[in-house]
Design a protein around this ligand. Structure first.
Ligand code: NAD
Length: 360
């Protein structure tokens, strides 16, 4: 399955790292290599000026190192915007590891722990796609700058993400219709992993109807059986008539072809970097589909992690949801007033906040 950087057939081209860093304002990219574990990957620190840079560890079967680096750049960049919009005293980063059959996972994560520790608190890490609790436990043996998956940590990060996504969906529905009214809503969820399943469960508990697509048949059947979710064939979910399409799998899924297929009123989900390119935010706007920007509604985990590490707080998920709903509502109102896409407004607002914080 494509990662966040995969947006369709691409011409093979090398990335000019320094040019990309300059264009996106990166502080540092560290290339990681460890012969003992066969680890290869990248750590991207986008911005640590207002506070430590936060970003999880993604383990993915990237086609090559260019694809891994591009994913690292895009994800770290988005993390800075997420932190700015959530008004957190932190910046963005990402660590990506190239998954390969000869990777010695235990040794690789021990090495990652040492790399993180050497940053001396300029970088905090945690889970992302492909990372398991046992991997993070190994990292936590080597450094304290990681979100622990056990009772000593801030609590479930995916829970915080789900609460934020559902609060975002509610805010978007209220923005369009003046009310949420869950029982009359049909939500289509793409992906039933940690985030998608949690989002589905929350919506069902609120009385909404959930339809889902999941490419892993075992996971799909389990969720369907346990939660009573109606399943549709993967790849048909885009064409399902619904109130909300909630992408909770990988990024880059909204591009020229897929935007044209959507039959929803709102796109709001947990996946990072849902839009293949910025222009696809405009395409949604032109089609009259309201987009709840992922940089706003997926920030639950980073809010929880930052408040725990930097302020010693275990923030309840209800507070996190409330905070995200408020920010999203403000952005949607501004987008309506200015007749612009919410994606563009969110990016501008994030960049304005970052610029204000960094007046020389
Ligand atoms: P996960 O790996 O647990 O789940 C992803 C699920 O999507 C898997 O079950 C996979 O089989 C399925 N999937 C992949 N491609 C699909 C497709 N085309 N159609 C249907 N199903 C598909 O990952 P997760 O932790 O649930 O994260 C999901 C997304 O949310 C990612 O983009 C991640 O970056 C983002 N996110 C997660 C968190 C968090 O706290 N976990 C926080 C912010 C953002």
């Amino acid at each position: 399955m494509p990662a966040d950087s995969r947006t369709g057939p691409q011409k093979k081209m090398g990335i000019h790292v320094l040019e990309a860093m300059a264009r996106e304002g990166f502080e540092e990219i560290v290339a990681l290599h460890d012969s003992a574990s066969n680890l290869r990957g990248f750590l991207g620190i986008h911005d640590s000026r207002v506070g430590p840079a936060f970003g999880g560890i993604r383990v993915w079967n990237y086609r090559d190192e260019d694809e891994a680096l591009l994913d690292c750049l895009r994800l770290a960049r988005a993390m800075t915007r997420k932190c700015a919009l959530a008004e957190l005293p932190a910046g963005g980063a990402k660590l990506v590891l190239i998954d390969r059959p000869d990777l010695d996972r235990r040794a690789a994560f021990a090495h990652v722990g040492d790399v993180v520790d050497r940053m001396r608190g300029r970088f905090y890490t945690g889970p992302d796609v492909g990372t398991r609790d046992e991997d993070l436990a190994i990292v936590a043996e080597r450094t304290r700058f990681v979100t622990r998956p056990d009772a000593e940590g801030p609590g479930e990060l995916a829970d915080a993400t789900c609460a934020g996504v559902v609060a975002g969906i509610a805010a978007a529905l209220s923005h369009l219709d003046g009310e949420v009214d869950w029982p009359r809503r049909r939500i289509v969820v793409q992906g039933l992993g940690g985030v998608g399943r949690g989002v589905a469960a929350r919506i069902l508990a609120l009385g909404g109807r959930v339809v889902a697509a999941e490419i892993d048949p075992v996971r799909a059947q389990k969720a369907s059986h346990e939660l009573g979710i109606e399943l549709v064939d993967p790849a048909t979910e885009l064409e399902q008539p619904c109130d909300v399409f909630a992408p909770c799998a990988m990024g880059g899924i909204l591009h020229d072809l897929s935007v044209a297929r959507l039959r929803c009123r709102i796109v709001a989900g947990g996946a990072n970097n849902v839009l293949a390119k910025r222009i696809h935010g405009e395409r949604l706007h032109e089609r009259g589909i309201l987009y709840a920007p992922d940089v706003v509604i997926t920030s639950g985990a980073v809010i929880r992690g930052v408040l725990f590490h930097l302020q010693g707080r275990r923030e309840p998920v209800s507070e996190i949801g409330g905070r995200i709903g408020t920010v999203l509502s403000r952005i949607l109102v501004r987008a309506r007033e200015e007749n612009r896409s919410p994606a563009a407004v969110a990016n501008d607002e994030a960049d304005e906040r970052i610029a204000q914080t960094h007046v020389p």
